[in-house]
Ligand binder design. Structure first.
Ligand SMILES: [Zn+2]
Length: 363
């Protein structure tokens, strides 16, 4: 009797499971037929040559009008250049160039730049949940060497690990006042809303910064970020499809929320280490609908045509039509002569949204 009940229940369960599997298959088929967004965006070599706009959120989106930072300047060097992740919203690229000069005047010899975004943003094949809308950038906590780095060094040189992975405290022999000053300078720009650092670095700042501590509010503890820090700027004017992040809570953050990072909880092993990451399963259907248009938009003539040199001239990345789908063929793009912009990266700390290569359509 009991056995029969169990058998019946098992049979029901099997039928239920079969139905469920059928339903899952039915549901999953269209999604699986769709290519992964990271494959599509990861294959793009050049930006969408239209007005700069970010669509979606930092961890789920894409962008147009991207410009590249040159591989090197007097005060910065792009690391891992073969990844082709030196692209960002023009406001981000201008800010990075300005930040590098300000940092140099503070005594930091120059910035080693990690990943910014792919040419059209979107999820990446490797690394990063965010960096998808041209408004995030990683900067090494290692100063730029005085001599020029070779191409091999740019690809292979290691950054310096600043935090003891066992204690989650900064290595005191490595941390210098110049590191603190670098983060303070980054926090001084109104465009920068958040700076992600390892909890050990946040603690070091909490323990040592005297005088004005208001800038500590922007410094946010997060996993990783022990070789580099991450700057994030807000949605830029003209990006109506850009989703703002929540504001940081008031105060310097040197409180219970920081103490939590020095408990066991944040460091427990992942219970489900094989679960796929969001960026690995994201399809075009998961991204804002504009991202399909972003993939179809024309390219500039070359990467150089869309490189921002901080000389007050806009890169020639912008197609004649502001509508990605109706934009002219890629060959026409890049022939437009450079236009002066109203402000540039040499200006005092720029207001948000500049320099825009073109006024946005319709004002
Ligand atoms: Zn980052």
């Amino acid at each position: 009797m009991r056995l029969r009940t169990i058998a019946r229940k098992a049979a029901c369960a099997l039928v239920g499971l079969a139905a469920l599997v059928g339903a899952v298959e039915f549901e999953a088929r269209p999604a699986m037929a769709e290519e992964l967004a990271k494959d599509l965006f990861g294959a793009e070599k050049l930006p969408a040559a239209t007005t700069p706009q970010s669509f979606g959120f930092y961890s789920k989106g894409c962008f147009t009008g991207g410009v590249a930072i040159p591989f090197e300047g007097d005060t910065w060097t792009v690391m891992r250049p073969s990844r082709n992740r030196r692209w960002g919203h023009p406001a981000m690229i201008a800010l990075l160039e300005k930040f590098s000069r300000d940092a140099a005047s503070d005594g930091w010899p120059g910035l080693l730049l990690g990943d910014i975004s792919q040419p059209r943003g979107g999820p990446m094949l490797t690394g990063h949940a965010s960096h998808q809308i041209g408004l995030d950038a990683d900067i090494w906590l290692t100063p730029m060497p005085k001599r020029e780095l070779t191409s091999a060094e740019r690809e292979n040189k290691s950054a310096t690990l600043m935090v003891d992975p066992k204690t989650h405290r900064v290595y005191d022999k490595l941390w210098t006042p110049a590191h603190t000053q670098l983060l303070k300078r980054a926090a001084s720009y109104p465009e920068i809303e958040r700076i992600l650092v390892n909890p050990g670095i946040k603690k070091k700042l909490c323990d040592t910064v005297t005088g004005d501590r208001s800038w500590l509010r922007k410094i946010r503890p997060f996993w990783g970020h022990d070789y580099h820090f991450h700057i994030r700027i807000g949605c830029q004017p003209g990006s109506h499809g850009c989703k703002e992040q929540a504001a940081t809570s008031p105060g310097d953050g040197c409180d219970k929320s920081l103490a939590w990072w020095f408990t066991e909880e944040p460091w427990r092993p992942n219970k489900n280490p094989d679960a796929p990451k969001a960026r690995d399963i994201m399809t075009m259907a998961n991204l804002p609908k504009e991202c399909r248009m972003v993939l179809q938009a024309p390219s500039p003539a070359s990467a150089e045509a869309a490189t921002y040199h901080g000389d007050g001239r806009a890169p020639v990345a912008v197609a004649a039509s502001p509508e990605p789908a109706e934009a002219p063929a890629a060959t026409a793009v890049g022939e437009t002569p450079p236009e002066p912009v109203s402000a540039n990266a040499f200006a005092p700390t720029p207001a948000i949204g500049i320099p825009l290569p073109r006024p946005r359509p319709g004002g």
